[in-house]
Design a protein around this ligand. Sequence first.
Ligand code: CKX
Length: 605
Amino acid sequence: MNQSLLYPRTTARRRVVDLGGLWKFQFDPESSGEAEGWTQKLPAPVSMPVPSSFADFLTDKDSREYTGDFWYETEFVVPGEWRDKEIGIRFAAAAHRALVFVNGLKIAAHEGGFTPFVVPVSDVITWDAPNTLIVKCNNELREDCIPVGITTTLQNGKKMAKPYFDFFNYAGLLRPVTLTALPKEHITDFMVQYELSGNKAMVHYNVETTGSNRVTVTVFDEEGKQVAAKSGKDGVITIDNARLWNVRDAYLYQFVFRITDGGTVIDEYSEYIGIRTVEVRGTDILLNGKSVYLKGFGKHEDSDTTGRGYNPAMIKRDFELMKWIGANSFRTAHYPYSEEIYQMADREGFLVIDEAAAVGMMTSTLNFVAAANGKPTAFFRKETTPQLLQNHLTAIEELIRRDKSHACVIAWCLANEPETTDESAVPYFEKVFAHARSLDPQQRPCTFTSLMTATPDKCKCAELADIMCLNRYYGWYVKGGYEISDAEVFLRGELEGWKKRCPGKPFMFSEYGADTDAELHKLPSVMWSQEYQEEYLEMYHRVFDSFDFIKGEQVWNFADFQTGEGIMRVNGNHKGIFTRDRQPKAAAFYLKKRWERLGNDFKSK
Ligand code: CKX
C-alpha cells in the first residue's frame, strides 16, 4: 500500500476532519465477526474512546489481557461539495494489524501498529449521508511479526499474548483517525537534504505528485518573510544567511509546496523544516559539522488509563520535564512514536533516535529473562525468519517514509536488543541495514541497540552500526547492590573490549538503569532504593567520562511504565527517573545537576 504518509493538514486546497471520539467496540474471541456480518454493524458493542488503547479502561482481567480480534465502528458524513476531491481515511496507528470496512465492503488491510496508512474511500461512500466505518483489529503476537512474541491458549480456551519484550501489549486505534479530502492532483511526498557552505544552505528537494502540472516551493522564515522560491518537482533552493536548526536551539522554516495550473492553485501542502546536517566522523556524531553529546532517555509512549494511546497532555509534560532536567535527546523505544512527538522535538530542538518496532528478536519468557542470561536461542534460524524479515523491512520503509524530513531525527535504530550473538543474525541484519540506507535521502546514521549479553567477543553485527548503542545493566541484572564495585570493573572491561573491536566508532549507552521504588529511601542504599539508583548512575557516569568514544548517555527509562505481569515486575517496570504520573524521583535532581553542567558539545575536541 504505497500511499502518501504526509501528516494530515487542512490547507487552501485540503480538508481534514478528525473522526476521534466515542466509537462502538466489541471483542470477537471466536474470530467469527466477519462470518456473522459485523462488517455491517457490531451486534452488542460498548463505547470506546478513539484514539486510545482499550486495556486500562475495563475492570475485568479478561478484558485487560484480551488477545485476539476486536472491532470498532463509527459513522462519518462526506459533504457533497467535496465530490471533486479524493476522499481517504487515515489511521495514524492501528495496533497491531487492521482490516478496514466501509459500508460493509472490505477495502484495506495493514500490518504493523505504529505507522500510518491511508484508505481511499471515494468509490465506496455515499455523499451527504452517514457512512459506516468498521475496523477489525488484532493484537496477537507472532514470531514472524514485530513487535515479536507468541500467543498461547490457556486451559480455559482464552488466548494470551506472551511478549518477547518488556512493555504491556497495549493495542487498538492508538492514534488519530482522520477523514481527508485532497485535490485529484495532489502532492504525495517530498524529501529534502542539505548542503552547508559558509552561511549558505543548499536544500536539495524532490516533490512527488499524482500529475504533471507545475510545482513550486516557497520558503518562509520564522518571521513569515519569504526567503526563497523555486519551481520544478526537484531542484536546489539556496538560502542565504540560513539559520540552522541546532540541538536545543531550533529554527524552523516553513516550506510551502504548491501544484499550479496557470494562476490556479491546485494543491497546497506546507511543513515546518529545520535545516541541519548529521553525520558520523571518526568517533564523533556531528550536527552541522560540530560534535554533539547526547543526554537523555529511552522512553515509552505510556501513561495510565490511555496506555499507549495518543496523549498530547502527557507529551507536553514529558518535554517540559526533559527540558527541566537538561536532556537534549531521546530514543523512541521500542517503536515509532506519534507524529506530534517529532513535531514537538523539531520545535524544541531535541535529537531523536527513531526506532522501528523491531523488539523481542530473542526467544524469551518471563520479561525476557531467558534472553538476558545469554542462552543462545538461534532466533534468526527459525522457519518464521523470512516472513519476519519481510515485515521488518516494510516497517522500516514506513518509518523512514513517514519521518525522513524531521530535523530532530538524527539516526535510525533498526532493532532493539536482537540476538546478534548467533551467526544467523548477520545476513538478516545486512539486509535490514542495506534497506534502511537505501531509503533515507539524508543518509542518517543507522544503528541497533545491543543486548547486555552481546559483548565484544560475542556480538556478530557490531560492524553494521554507524553508532554502537549499548544497553547495559552491570549493577542491576548482574553484580547488583554491594557487588557494584565489581559491576564497575566489568563495565570498564567491556568498554576496553569494544575499544579494540570497533576502534574509531562512536558509542553511546542507549540503556542503563535500575528499578527504583519512588517511596523507598535507605541509608546505606539497597537495590530498589532511590539512593541506589543514584549510586548506579554515578558509577556509569564515572565510567562514561573516562572513555572518549562514549558520545551519549540515555538512561532507561524516562518514566516508570506498564509491562506484562511477572515476578520481576511490580505493576510494571520501575527504572523511571520519573514516576508513571511524571513526578521526579531523587535521581532526577542528580541528573539535572550533571546534565546542566555537561554542554551539548561535551567531549568535542
Ligand atoms: N532492555 C536486559 C529493553 C527494555 C527493558 C529493559 C529492562 C531491558 C534490559 C535487558 O525494554 O525494559 O529490563 O528494564
